[in-house]
Design a protein around this ligand. Structure first.
Ligand code: PEP
Length: 257
């Protein structure tokens, strides 16, 4: 990570876990152990229905609340969907876009990801754009080409001043929820390639200002090494973000680096 040019961001992705009352309990547990000094930005991305509870619970804790998804249309007949403006109006700061589970189970594509990035930015949200290869794609040797394509399509049509507000999360699909973490070298290699792709789109100044996270079975044991890589500026954390003590251990690892 490089604190001089960009924010370190540790973000939890709760996926479809926790009720509103469990959200409150988590916040109480976190409050008791969260370090006071503030090096890194802490974000908790929660299911839509838990957003009001999370905003109340984290209010005086310097923990930003994020959503896990949004729909790209501003309003209208899209039953069951939630717009960027609705999230912004509640007080949400970040929104995960293009998580591999959404690509895999809900038909999200590079095109819808790009539309969602535009919608989030338009509303003043910070999209956390997820990119990553499957095991098959890694074994075929096409990781870098694929990441390049995912990054370029996610940012398509996004002007430089808005691109700066984006976060990119490198999440190898084979490492998500599997306990198989990318090695620090693998994470470093791809995160550097992501920054190179951004540089080719926007130039060096924008590229060095964008936070690039690693996600995929990050835990208190491997966090420090992963976060020590020059282009790894934080983590997007699933399983280990559900327990306050593990989440804080990762925050501490980020503060220590
Ligand atoms: C995720 O959901 O983005 C994730 C990285 O999950 P896990 O940490 O459980 O692999």
């Amino acid at each position: 990570m490089n604190r001089r040019y960009r924010k370190t961001i540790i973000a939890g992705n709760w996926k479809m876990n926790k009720t509103a009352s469990e959200t409150k309990q988590f916040a109480e547990d976190l409050k008791a152990i969260l370090p006071k000094g503030k090096w890194c930005e802490v974000v908790v991305c929660v299911p839509f229905v838990n957003i009001p509870a999370a905003l109340r619970a984290f209010k005086d804790m310097r923990v930003a609340v994020g959503a896990e998804n949004l729909y790209y249309e501003p309003k209208g007949a899209y039953t069951g969907e939630v717009s960027a403006e609705m999230l912004k109006d509640l007080g949400v700061k970040y929104v995960i876009v293009g998580h591999s589970e959404r690509r895999q189970y809900f038909g999200e594509t590079d095109i819808t990801v790009n539309k969602k990035v535009h919608a989030a930015l338009e509303a003043g949200l910070h999209p956390i754009i997820c990119v990553g290869e499957t095991l098959e794609q890694r074994e075929m040797g096409i990781t870098m080409d694929l990441i390049n394509l995912q990054v370029k399509s996610a940012f398509s049509g996004v002007p430089a001043d808005k691109a700066r507000k984006c976060v990119v999360a490198y999440e190898p699909v084979w490492a998500i929820g599997t306990g198989k973490t990318a090695t620090a070298e693998q994470a470093a290699e791809v995160c550097t390639a992501i920054r190179t792709a951004i540089r080719s789109l926007y130039g060096a100044r924008v590229a060095r200002s964008i936070t690039i996270q690693y996600g995929g079975s990050m835990n208190p044991k491997n966090a420090f090494e992963l976060l020590s890589q020059p282009d790894v500026d934080g983590g997007l954390i699933g399983g280990a973000a559900l327990k306050a003590d593990q989440f804080v251990d990762i925050i501490n690892a980020a503060n220590q680096e």
